[in-house]
Design a protein around this ligand. Structure first.
Ligand SMILES: O=C(O)C(=O)[C@@H](O)CO
Ligand SMILES: [Mg+2]
Length: 260
């Protein structure tokens, strides 16, 4: 049965993070994830998670200055990048979050790659004793122009090069459909290195009930591959979050009625 995680960076953004966690529980999500929770005391978030019984699956390292979109591949910014990694891992440990997405930033070339590798090695060594997984996520060139990590092949090469069990791929179907397509085969091939999966309609990044990707097929395929962790609903609702949850009910009813 497919399970779903509400990405609270995009869903219920009008609520406080604690109330958004409660809203996700009331709507029937199985888990939550967020982007940058750092302004909110970790104890407050941990209390809302304990109250609802939902797990926080992940959060991101800070993006740096406007337009930077992360620090981990920026040459000369290693001190800030590692402080951002420390901040994210400490917060994840405080709220019991399983994953930290280390954001690479706008950069290119061999020096960016070598700085990224070294910061990821640092992040993995720092995360492993806490059972926190480090994620890297290719982002599409329309939403994140110039972002260092662009394709799943590039991410897979970096993961292989570092060879640390704590480093995995964030497979965001929305970004990868735009950059590469062939989602079904890519999910199969990359499954051994996937740490988390996200989705949204393409190209609009709204509810997964329209656009060029058939998510019923994708969810069934992920299920058939034996992946059981909740999938991250990371989309911008067309109107209110609650009014746009028809897709969730549809997917949950489908699971409850095998053969349909
Ligand atoms: O944009 C996405 O996709 C994400 O998953 C964010 O966490 C990073 O911008
Ligand atoms: Mg994503």
């Amino acid at each position: 049965m497919t399970r779903f995680s509400a990405n609270l960076g995009f869903l219920w953004t009008e609520l406080s993070l604690s109330d958004a966690i409660r809203a996700a529980k009331a709507a029937g999500f199985d888990a939550v994830e967020c982007h940058w929770p750092y302004d909110i005391p970790a104890e407050e978030v941990a209390a809302a998670l304990a109250e609802t019984g939902l797990a926080m699956l992940g959060l991101n390292t800070v993006r740096g200055k406007p337009g930077e979109n992360g620090l981990a591949a920026l040459a000369g910014r290693e001190v800030e990048a590692r402080a951002a990694i420390d901040q994210a891992i400490d917060y994840a440990v405080a709220i019991g979050a399983a994953n930290v997405h280390v954001m690479a930033g706008v950069a290119e070339g061999p020096s960016a790659r070598s700085v990224f590798l070294s910061n990821l090695q640092y992040a993995c060594d720092r995360a492993a004793p806490h059972d926190v997984t480090i994620l890297i996520e290719p982002l599409n060139h329309h939403d994140a122009p110039g972002y260092f990590l662009k394709t799943s092949a590039q991410a897979a090469r970096i993961i292989a090069k570092i060879g640390h069990p704590s480093l995995k791929l964030m497979f965001d179907c929305y970004h990868l459909q735009i950059m590469e397509g062939d989602l079904t085969r890519r999910l199969t091939d990359l499954m051994p290195v996937i740490g988390h999966i996200q989705f949204a309609s393409v190209p609009d990044r709204t509810e997964p009930d329209c656009g060029e990707v058939n998510y019923t097929h994708i969810f069934d395929h992920i299920d058939a591959l034996g992946y059981t962790a909740p999938l991250g609903a990371e989309y911008r609702p067309r109107s209110s979050t609650d009014d746009g949850l028809g897709w969730l009910k549809f997917q949950q009813n489908r699971d409850a009625s095998p053969g349909q």
